[in-house]
Design a binder for this molecule. Sequence first.
Ligand SMILES: C[S@@+](CC[C@H](N)C(=O)[O-])C[C@H]1O[C@@H](n2cnc3c(N)ncnc32)[C@H](O)[C@@H]1O
Length: 272
Amino acid sequence: MLSNEVAALLRKRRYSPGKRKPKFFKKIVKLKSKRRNKKAMVVVNEDKEEEEEEEEEEGVSPLVKKYWFQRYDLFWRYDQGIKMDEEGWFSVTPEQIAVRHALRCGGGVVIDGFAGVGGNAIQFATMCHHVIAIDIDPRKIALAFENAKIYGVEGHIEFIVGDFFQLAPSLKGNVVFLSPPWGGPEYRSKESFTLDLLKPKNGYSLFQVAQSIAPNVIMYLPRNVDLLQVEELSWLSSPPLKVEIEENMLHGRLKSITAYFGDIAFSDISMF
Ligand SMILES: C[S@@+](CC[C@H](N)C(=O)[O-])C[C@H]1O[C@@H](n2cnc3c(N)ncnc32)[C@H](O)[C@@H]1O
């Protein structure tokens, strides 16, 4: 279900990676020679004016380039028309990790409080959960809806534009998934990422709100997060919740940390 505001955004012409390429790309033109079996590959620069127009229109910056090279890690179906905005590029959960989160949920209603362009919501919906996907940015919800269509799961997701904290009193579910902003790619420069650095509110407030919605909470956090602080979150509940901390590896490198709180901690994914 989409609001008029979101539907209007979808109608506007937006950057569609499947159709147009951002500034940093070079166009690869395949020239077929007259002889059938001879092909020449020529690399030419995009027309400059077109680039400038695209950059202005689409808000694509060189920052995105690095993430574009990881596009299939982010969405396996990227080439089928996945859509992103700049923040989406560096904030989406890589698909393998999102699949893992979804496997751990078990079932029921999953509330994705910071849905972004849909990386997690899509995988939750793929595993047959009913998903409530919330984001404060209407453009993100519009992109998440489009991306969910690529995976054929848009019908399993309720898309809501709104502030997670304001909506919280009206929400109930089995699992709350929290993937809040980490403050941009600069999070990496911190030796230890403390929970007060999470946006738009610190990790403690966030966790307490989530607990009022569901008995199970999943938090997706930077790889340099202060693990002691994460464990301490479980003590905000009485009796303290079970907590499991998982290291998320991608191509043999530590990418992020996921904390599972409640009965889903140490749950056996083979049972789902
Ligand atoms: C790290 S991204 C989420 C990425 C998402 N897990 C994915 O895989 O696509 C965080 C998102 O939180 C949204 N956000 C920030 N403040 C919010 C709020 N108060 N309520 C709901 N969403 C918010 C941002 O617009 C952003 O899209």
